[in-house]
Structures are given as C-alpha cells and as structure tokens.
Write a protein that binds this ligand. Structure first.
Ligand code: KG4
Ligand code: ZN
Length: 342
C-alpha cells in the first residue's frame, strides 16, 4: 500500500497536540501542555481546558505542518480524537478538524483516543497483530488483545481508579508537583520500596481486574501517621513513600500481566508480543519490572519512547492512517463522544 501522510489532532484532556505522520515516520509532533493553567486548581478544569484548546489548536496545526515542511496538498487525510475525554476539548478538536476537512476536501477520520495509545507500538516498532497491550494512563487501565485497528478484546482492567490518577493523588498527598507521575518517580529514586507496607488490592483474586483506589487511602494514612509522629515529612520520608507506592503499583501490574500473558499466549500468536502505552508506561520502575517479566516468557516486550507514551497527536495520525487503510472514514457528521469504549 502507498505510504499515507496524515495530520493528527488531539485535545481530549490537558494537552493540545498536532502531528504529521507518514507511514511509520513522525514528521512532526507538537504538544502544548496545560499543566500551568490548571496548577492552582488541583486538577484539570474542563472549561479552562476547552478554552485553551480552542485558542491553541490553529497555531498547533500550523506549527506541525511547518515543522514537517508540508502543506495541506501533501496530506492524504485529517485524523482527530473524537473521544473519549473531556467533551469541551474533544469538541474543539473535532470542530477544528471538520473546518480543515471542509476547506481542503481531505478525508476526515475520527479516532478513539484509546486506539491511538493502543496502536502506538505499531507506529514505533511495527508490532504484528495480535499483540497484548497494557494501556495504563491517567484515566484508563486495561489489558487488550489488539487484533486490528478496530478490533480489541478486553481481558480486564481497573474497577475503580487508573494508576495515573493514583500517582497524581499521591503527589498531592506528599506535597509534590503535578503531573504526579514524573514527580513521584523522581522523588522515589533513593527511596526504600519496602519502607511502607502498602496494600496490593485484588492481587490474589482470579482474573485480570485491578483496583487502585485503596492505595491512596493507605498513602493518606501513612502520611498522617508520619505527620502526627514528627510534625512533617522529611525528604527521605517522601522518597520512601514514593518508592513504596511505585512498588505496590508495579507488583499489581506485574501479577495481572502474568495472567493476561498466559491467556494471550494460549492463542499461540505467531510473533508473541506484549506492549505498553499510556502516560504511566513512561515510568522506568514499571517498565523495568514488566520487561523482566517478559524476559522469562516467549513474548517480546515493546515500550514506546516516553514522548509517545504520554498524550500526543502522532498516535492519532498513525491510528487514522491505519483506519483509512482498512477502509474506515467519517464525514462532516462526525460527532464528539465523551464516552467511547474500545
Ligand atoms: O496518557 P496520558 O498522557 O493521558 C491520559 O490519557 O490519561 O497519561 C497521563 C497520566 C498522568 O496521570 C501522569 O501522572 C501519568 O500519566 N504519568 C506517569 C509518568 N508520566 C506521566 N505516571 C508514572 N510515572 C511517570 N513517569
Ligand atoms: Zn491518553
């Protein structure tokens, strides 16, 4: 098939992003984070996010095309995240993409944000279908067998919070900055992962389901215990709590991945592969533990580079290209979906 060149647009949470992808080459990937805008609110404020997306999108698209050295005439399609996510942001992106498609006559493809993450290992490493994916981010946590750009089998997932959410809450509990994942990871280097005995919920339950909401309560209790005993947290306390928290998350992910792998390998895939994606997949402790697990199995381990693990538009452009290649296409009636399971 001819190499498709696709413009991707992403605005479903707190990153405004545009990218141009040709086949497996990321020609440009522009991401404007909104962390500073939401810093005073202790979380992403949907209305603030939507406004910022609407203001930044045009510029973002222009910059992505400029950096790729291309114009609209060089494109084969425009792909946009059509959900799931904060509806104001998703709408901003969809409206922008529709305007561009209407003005240029280019095909428009609505992409599921989760499919963008799930297909990233194909963009970066040309992984063959079917592969096992752990999609682990701020809003999601699930095991998927990915069998095609529109074919996903869910083996299990979190029954409450996503790990990224737990990282963000833990950062708040420990007085660290947002986003919490990188802050907790940095604070945890040099910490003792066995210093605090935190729960590993559902670890011994059968199946691939997970739970992370109890972990933040345990973190809160551990912190309050330290504060009551000595009036505050030292650097070392922060390090030990962060390391212990990461160890608890990693233990759960590793054990559940072990089970998901067994189910997947029973399908006897020709080129067995386990891949991770989503913001939490940027965590080095978690990556190392999962890599170690795969080293003892017949499955290859693939973890995309950090910039393609967290939200970006290259993954949306790539997913759009795969969907277009498989015959999927939308029209100007494309709607934005706040909820959209894979
Ligand atoms: O995929 P993503 O950018 O957005 C969603 O679709 O949710 O993921 C963002 C989440 C945040 O909760 C952030 O704290 C977490 O990913 N994250 C990390 C790391 N980098 C980002 N969590 C753990 N370790 C990291 N290094
Ligand atoms: Zn995401």
């Amino acid at each position: 098939a001819r190499a498709l060149t696709v413009l991707g647009i992403e605005s479903s949470c707190d990153d405004t992003a545009a990218a141009v992808v040709r086949s497996h080459d990321v020609l440009s990937s522009v991401v404007y984070g909104q962390t500073a805008l939401h810093a005073d609110f202790g979380g992403v404020v949907p209305e603030v996010a939507a406004r910022a997306h609407a203001e930044k999108l045009d510029h973002c698209v222009e910059e992505a095309l400029g950096r790729a050295g291309l114009g609209f005439a060089d494109l084969d399609a425009i792909a946009v995240t059509a959900g799931p996510g904060l509806i104001g942001g998703v709408l901003s992106g969809v409206m922008c993409a529709k305007g561009l498609a209407a003005a240029t006559g280019l095909p428009l493809i609505g992409v599921n944000h989760l499919a963008g993450h799930a297909l990233t290992p194909r963009l970066t490493d040309r992984v063959a279908y079917p592969y096992l994916m752990l999609l682990v981010s701020g809003g999601h946590c699930q095991f998927l067998i990915v069998a095609g750009p529109d074919t996903y089998h869910r083996l299990g997932g979190t029954i409450d919070d996503a790990p990224g959410e737990a990282f963000d809450k833990t950062a708040r509990i420990l007085g660290l900055s947002q986003p919490g994942g990188p802050a907790v990871e940095t604070a945890g280097t040099g910490g003792d992962p066995r210093a605090f005995d935190l729960p590993r919920p559902l670890l011994n339950q059968p199946g691939c389901d997970m739970s992370f909401s109890g972990l933040k309560t345990a973190m809160l209790r551990a912190r309050d215990g330290l504060v009551a005993a000595k009036g505050g947290l030292t650097r070392q306390d922060q390090a030990d709590l962060s390391a212990s928290f990461q160890a608890a998350i990693a233990d759960v992910l590793v054990e559940k991945t072990r089970r998901a792998l067994a189910l997947y390998l029973a399908m006897t895939p020709a080129e067995p592969c386990f891949a991770i994606a989503g913001g939490v997949a940027a965590n080095q402790v978690i990556r190392a533990r999962l890599m170690q697990l795969c080293a003892g199995s017949s499955a290859a381990f693939v973890a995309p580079p950090l910039a393609l693990c967290t939200d970006n538009a290259a993954m949306i452009a790539y997913a759009g290209a795969e969907l277009l290649g498989a015959g999927f296409c939308d029209d100007l009636g494309l709607s934005a979906r706040p909820r959209w399971p894979l």
